[in-house]
Design a protein around this ligand. Structure first.
Ligand code: DC
Length: 218
């Protein structure tokens, strides 16, 4: 039987950092589903296809072959990992991610990936929709202020200018959009283990998750 681990939570809660470490530790394929929504948004923006043109957006999504290699995404053979993290994509992706037909297509792809190998997936609807039958579900949170501080630090380390107030506002706006959309909003699955990482280090979060995986996948 395949092992599938689901990690959901709001933007900048540290999901990808943690998922990446757990993937290596347990030899799982890491699938960052946010990257998939970002890749579709990025290609649509490149082709000037607005999120309101649902059928063209879906046509684009169907034409994309997405593959994951460690923490990178290859889209039709192109490594788009850095391009899709740009602020222009971050500020528009929620609109694309709210399209029901697009979500259906991407959820389908994600479920097929989970059938093929042992995976850890992070996103917003993994425990509630994509991997709803897995016993290994986590909901990773941190206060909006702490998430904004972490994002600021991350950008500054890369010598990218970062304004705390603007980052905090963007995070609050994205949380609202992700939690209030009609289809698959960001909510904690009832059976997920909630971890508030505001006062925990990365290794402390990894320890809690590792222990839970070992205890619950026997
Ligand atoms: O985790 P992220 O910031 O890279 O996600 C990008 C966007 O995609 C964000 O607006 C939430 C959305 N998303 C989603 O709706 N469902 C997922 N499974 C993953 C991401």
């Amino acid at each position: 039987m395949n092992i599938s681990v689901a990690i959901d939570g709001p933007a900048a809660a540290g999901k990808s950092t943690i998922a990446n470490i757990i993937a290596q530790k347990f030899n799982l394929m890491y699938i960052n589903t946010g990257f998939m929504y970002r890749a579709v948004a990025y290609i649509c923006m490149e082709k000037s296809i607005p999120y309101t043109d649902t059928s063209s957006v879906c046509k684009v999504a169907k034409s994309l072959e997405m593959r994951f290699k460690n923490d990178r995404i290859l889209v039709n053979g192109r490594d788009l990992t850095e391009s899709i993290k740009k602020p222009s994509v971050s500020n528009n992706v929620s609109n694309y991610a709210a399209i029901p037909e697009l979500r259906k297509l991407l959820v389908d792809m994600q479920q097929k990936m989970a059938l093929k190998c042992n995976v850890i997936m992070d996103g917003r609807d993994i425990g509630t929709v994509v991997l709803k039958d897995t016993p290994l579900k986590f909901f990773l949170t941190a206060s909006a202020g702490e998430r904004a501080r972490r994002r600021c630090r991350e950008l500054k380390e890369k010598n990218i200018p970062a304004e705390y107030d603007k980052i905090l506002n963007d995070i609050i706006k994205r949380d609202y959009m992700d939690s209030h959309r009609e289809i698959s909003p960001l909510v904690k699955s009832e059976d997920a283990l909630e971890i508030d990482s505001s006062n925990l280090s990365i290794s402390e979060v990894v320890e809690v998750i590792s222990k839970y995986i070992i205890e619950n996948s026997r």
